[in-house]
Design a protein around this ligand. Sequence first.
Ligand code: URA
Length: 202
Amino acid sequence: MSALTDLYKEIALCRKCEIARSRTKVVPGEGAENADIMFIGEAPGFHEDQQGRPFVGPAGQFLEELLASINLTRQKVYIANVIKCRPPNNRDPLPIEITNCQPWLERQIQLISPRIIVTLGRYSMAMYFPGKSISKIHGTSQTRDGITYFAMYHPAAALHQGNLRSDIIKDMQKLPGLLMQVKQTISKETVSQAEPQQLSMF
Ligand code: URA
């Protein structure tokens, strides 16, 4: 039993929002507990609500194809959503639902401690790139407090608007290079922190 599975149990008991009553299953998130890359989507849809797993419908199929294009599988990354319950008829999440669910997401991020958070779509982008427009910042990153945030279109948007498809495919191709860069920066920082101690031994 890990801290993350304990957290899932707490999330399953959450009844802060009205939509907790209409859900079939809560969808906390899933993937590697030590993932370098965490993807954050919007909210569970029909299939996710049925199965209790994120991104298992058509958008999830496309996300898996995108991951495969950079030699990743969903088991090697972590996938979550801004909110953990399905909004009725797939309506947009309400601000209060996002606020109520945010502590769960923050605790997931703390436990997984990813190097990169990929925001999928407008709702997760708004949490980490406030006031920005996705059409302007998709495919770009910002680093804050040891986490690099990378904005992408939502895979479902690319399914409905064919012109976004090539953008999302191209943006995904940037991830391996970005991860390498982030890891190099961290190892340089670790070396420069270690050096003064090593020198003081002589
Ligand atoms: N869309 C999302 O944002 N999340 C899911 O889990 C499925 C579809």
